[in-house]
Design a protein around this ligand. Structure first.
Ligand code: HMG
Length: 395
């Protein structure tokens, strides 16, 4: 049977971050609340020269070779912080990366669930077209506002997943369970650049979705906790997935519990240092797990819990492939974390308040201060001006 799954994974976060202990101090909050109660150390701060398009393009630019660029005939961009109500962010990325023009390019929206929908769509596309590759992007900037209760759960970043037949990293299994119900736990009306959240309700719904979907998954497949080496979660903050896991942990023996908890910790490391990246968050957690340990063996089954407020949830699974470690970009990703610069809380606040014009006026942005390969260089004639500094694609 044709195996379909994740062939390559790329990640990008902006080069600036704020330290959560210092943010807590300036908000008169006990730092333990942010670092232990919420479980975040550093929060990525996007400069005005980065948006959902550039973050995604930067996540993808280093993982694709010329064969990939030719074989990709579908770009699916999951985001809830896109830059245009009509034109998809995928079209910009398609151009910035120089992909095969005989391709589809679309944007998918359902809060943090968008990239998961993209992966499932990609799987269907490849089942029908086994020589194709699909580029699935999850890219967002999470904004709740300064001094709000959501502030500590902001972040920014993107994950790029190359989905193909005979994948090198993880083959996706066919059984999955998905669930939708209308709930106002988190939303962002079109007039607002900041999200609204009913924090307590959102936490409750997340756990209720996981528990319900997990029960259904077990009933449908006969699987149990012991069949999993790890379960990765959508991580709005790193304590959230732990709360969901804790709810079902007693179903496993002591050994299983220990294994799942140890791997959960590894799967939260990157997210703890970036914050919520919405659509990419679950896949950043998978990357964190795969790149933080050499203990995982080919054949291991990993559970994936995707949750997008509003709300849609899905539990699906994948099997690690032979020599999957050879296809990761551990040094590049560790280098990305190591090369970031800290900003002070006042600097973060100033960057947060910096806004692009909404009245049609022209603006030119200084992209020399942004080390990213792909940047937003300004707005002219109501059109965003993007630059790929390496290939010199600019428009
Ligand atoms: P809050 O009201 O500021 O915090 O909001 P809290 O009072 O609930 O405290 C948080 C935790 O810190 C609690 O732990 C406290 O006990 C603990 P818990 O009881 O929950 O285990 N705490 C301390 N721990 C150690 N030392 C201390 C201390 N003080 C307190 N001194 C909240 C927190 C996450 C609700 C808020 O930040 C928020 O509203 N965030 C945005 C919404 C969100 O992230 N929801 C998560 C589920 S929904 C989701 O995942 C979807 C989403 O990604 C969007 C999408 O789908 O697009 C958000």
């Amino acid at each position: 049977m044709l195996k379909i799954g994740i062939d390559k994974i790329g990640f990008y976060a902006p080069h600036l971050y704020v330290d959560m202990t210092k943010l807590a101090d300036s908000r008169n909050v006990d730092p333990d609340k942010f670092t232990i109660g919420i479980g975040q150390e550093k929060m990525a701060v996007p400069p005005v020269t980065q948006d959902a398009v550039t973050l995604a393009a930067n996540a993808a630019v280093d993982i694709l070779d010329d064969n990939d660029k030719e074989a990709i005939d579908f770009v699916i961009f999951g985001t809830e912080t896109g830059v245009d109500s009509s034109k998809s962010a995928a079209v910009y990325v398609h151009e910035l990366l120089g992909l095969n023009p005989y391709a589809r390019a679309i944007e998918v929206k359902q809060a943090c669930y968008g990239a998961t929908a993209g992966i499932q769509m990609a799987k269907g596309h490849i089942a029908m077209n086994p020589d194709s590759k699909v580029l699935v992007l999850g890219s967002d900037i999470a904004r709740y506002g300064l001094s709000t209760s959501g502030e500590a759960t902001q972040g920014a970043g993107a994950v790029a997943l190359l989905i193909s037949a005979e994948p090198h990293i993880m083959a996706l299994e066919d059984e999955s369970v998905y669930f939708t119900t209308d709930v106002m736990d988190f939303w962002r009306p079109v007039y607002s650049d900041k999200a609204f959240a009913d924090g307590k309700l959102s936490n409750e719904q997340y756990i209720a979705f996981f528990t319900r979907i997990w029960e259904q998954y077990k009933a449908k497949t006969g699987m149990e906790l012991s069949d999993f080496v790890a379960i990765c979660y959508h991580l709005p903050y790193t304590k959230m997935g732990y709360k969901a896991l804790k709810n079902v942990l007693e179903e496993g023996t002591e050994d299983v519990q220990e294994r799942l908890l140890a791997n959960y910790k590894l799967s939260t490391d990157y997210n703890r240092n970036v914050g919520n990246i919405y659509t990419g968050s679950l896949y950043l957690s998978l990357l964190s797990l795969l790149e933080q340990t050499e203990e995982l063996k080919p054949g291991a089954r990993i559970g994936m819990f995707s949750y997008g407020s509003g709300a849609v949830g899905e539990f699906f699974t994948g099997i690690l492939q032979p020599n999957f470690q050879d296809y990761l970009n551990i040094d590049r990703h560790h280098g990305l974390f190591a090369s970031r610069s800290e900003v002070t809380v006042p600097e973060y606040e100033a960057i947060f308040e910096e806004a692009l014009p909404t009245d049609g006026s022209t603006v030119e942005l200084d992209i020399d201060n942004d080390p990213a390969k792909i940047c937003l260089a300004g707005i002219a004639d109501d059109k965003r001006q993007y630059v790929n500094k390496v290939s010199r694609v600019a428009y």
